[in-house]
Design a protein around this ligand. Structure first.
Ligand code: ZN
Length: 566
């Protein structure tokens, strides 16, 4: 009996191997697949071979070596987040996050938790305590500094033990050091509170993070990314972040594709040296440099500031005070006030084949960017350059027609709507708000919507990576609590399909990657996300609680809902 069993097993192996050779690696069956492909919007099964989508169809699924039953759940092209800052996100997740902290007990609790999750000896820094407290007090409260929560080192000395601490208030006006940090830095202070020059000098003495800590932060951020079904991120971290991605890729543990964008305009020269430019002569259409996991060719810079700090550039003064017009913040600190130098560098970068993505908030800033695009067309010739307006936050009526027929990318973060609507009208007035986050108008004017999160946000608010928050915001234009009832400037709501498209195809198109990402079509990367909630039949408020069932990257499951693992 024993030997017969062996023979049968042997035959089965031979038979299976012979059969498997011709079968695709994987088939996903019983799905409600929204493909994003206009020719075949819905399907039930998808086959995968060598990390690529082989076939998409409905009805009887083909055989495959591995079968994944989707149980009728909504299946989407993997989300492509067109705007994140991964290194900062990793820091916030693993190091300290004090944005919503404004009490003694909250402060102690958060620093204790941070100390527990970091390796002994590592510094606890930043944190940005009091940010939400400041928002809740409104702009009037911003002038009542003395009422803010103020920590004391006695609160945390005992819970932070062997970790030196130098955390800061959200506006960086104060820092708090614990006893260990003070003795390392050679500073005497009873309270541990540092301000002004003393704070700056102390911060300058903090050693760079050890490699292991940066790596741990990168891994933590990637875990968050796959948990929310994001399969590509377009990252603007500092250049050395690439070392950590490379390390993980060498060990086969990178779980998202990376589109990497340096964020200092001066870096365009380095990009040319490294060949980090768009390949404009590719017979299949322009394609970024790099390979299937890392791509390059886009540079990020700024032309104005932010509305919160009244540094965003508008045609008319702010509505809530008569402060003078702000200075240009072209390229941030690099070229402030020198718009001509800024423009000339942009022309050089563009002529070398680099794609430009430029931060613009105010209506005048956006208008000037459109002028710069006109200049590029003249200086370097018209081409499908997919000029990216980062945030494209407020657009004047007269500029809307300028988006037509030029593949201009509106690189927008719809979750900002839910956050900013609380104070925006006060700051710029009702009329200008009509052109704020005007996704519908931008879509109709012919721009390409490219959605992202701006994760992890600013020193004043946390923007989650969860794409469903952004999709909810674009479709409802409401806060997470459902305010206002019909949405803020409801005429700018877009449909669920348009929002999904902007988070998949649109963001892939904005990076010249639509030939291999952004829809579920044969030949594209098998980057697929499955949700436990059908967005097409549930109310938007339910989307906020939807979970990812599977995140599939390169044909492999990189995240699986916990209940399925157990
Ligand atoms: Zn950003």
């Amino acid at each position: 009996m024993k030997s017969l069993g062996k023979i049968i097993t042997f035959l089965i192996i031979v038979f299976s191997c012979g059969g498997l050779e011709n079968l695709p690696d994987t088939v996903l069956i019983n799905g409600k697949v929204w493909t994003g492909d206009e020719n075949q919007p819905w399907a039930e099964w998808v086959t995968i071979e060598n990390g690529r989508i082989l076939e998409v169809g409905s009805g009887q699924p083909p055989l495959a070596a591995k079968v994944i039953d989707l149980n009728g759940q909504l299946t989407l092209p993997g989300f492509n987040d067109s705007h994140i800052h991964l290194a900062s996100a990793g820091h916030l997740l693993l190091n300290s996050n004090l944005l919503d902290v404004n009490t003694t007990s909250g402060f102690i609790k958060q620093l204790k938790l941070t100390a527990e999750r970091l390796p002994a000896g590592s510094w606890i820094t930043r944190g940005d305590w009091g940010a939400y407290e400041a928002w809740s007090m409104g702009s009037e409260g911003l002038s009542r500094n003395n009422q803010y929560f103020t920590p004391h080192r006695a609160m945390i000395d005992s819970v932070t033990g062997n970790h030196p601490v130098l955390v800061t208030r959200y506006d960086r006006s104060q820092g708090l050091a614990n006893q260990l940090a003070l003795s390392i830095l050679g500073i005497e202070s009873e309270s541990g509170l540092l301000t002004g020059r003393e704070l700056k000098e102390a911060q300058a003495l903090i050693p760079d993070k050890p490699y292991a800590q940066r790596l741990a932060e990168t891994k933590r951020a990637l875990a968050e990314i796959r948990k929310f079904g994001v399969t590509t991120v377009q990252d603007m971290s500092a250049l050395d972040q690439m070392d950590y991605y490379q390390y993980l890729r060498d060990r086969d543990s990178l779980t998202a594709r990376i589109n990497f964008s340096p964020s200092r305009l001066i870096d365009y020269k380095m990009m040319i040296d490294k060949g980090w430019v768009i390949d404009w002569h590719n017979p299949a259409g322009p394609l970024p440099a790099g390979d299937e996991w890392f791509v390059f060719g886009t540079i990020k810079t700024h032309i104005d500031g932010i509305m919160g700090g009244r540094t965003a550039r508008f045609f008319e003064p702010y509505s809530d005070n008569s402060m003078e017009m702000v200075e240009w913040r072209g390229g941030w600190r690099e070229f402030s006030k020198d718009l001509d130098l800024f423009k000339s560098m942009i022309i050089s970068a563009d002529s070398a084949g680099i794609q430009l993505r430029i931060h613009a908030i105010g209506d005048e800033a956006n208008s000037i960017l459109l002028d710069i695009l006109d200049t590029l067309d003249v200086a370097n010739g018209a081409k499908d350059r997919r000029f990216r307006l980062v945030h494209a936050q407020v657009i004047s009526d007269s500029d809307m027609p300028r988006f037509s027929g030029r593949n201009i990318i509106a690189e927008v973060q719809p979750y900002h709507v839910t956050d900013d609507m609380r104070w925006m009208e006060e700051r710029i007035g009702y009329e200008r708000c009509k052109g704020a986050y005007a996704f519908k108008s931008l879509n109709e004017a012919g721009s390409i919507l490219s959605f992202g999160s701006d994760w992890p946000g600013t020193n004043a608010s946390y923007y989650p990576i969860n794409p469903l928050y952004g999709i909810y915001a674009a479709v409802t234009r409401q806060t997470l609590q459902g305010e206002p009832e019909n949405g803020w400037f409801p005429e700018q709501k877009i449909t669920l399909e348009d929002a999904l498209r902007a988070y998949t195809y649109g963001s892939s198109f904005s990076a010249f990657e639509e030939s291999r990402k952004g829809t579920i079509e044969p030949g594209k990367f098998a980057d697929i996300t499955v949700l436990d909630t059908d967005l097409f039949v549930t109310k938007p408020e339910k989307w906020l609680y939807a979970n990812v069932v599977y995140t599939i990257v390169d044909g492999k499951i990189v995240y699986q809902q916990r209940s399925l693992v157990d």
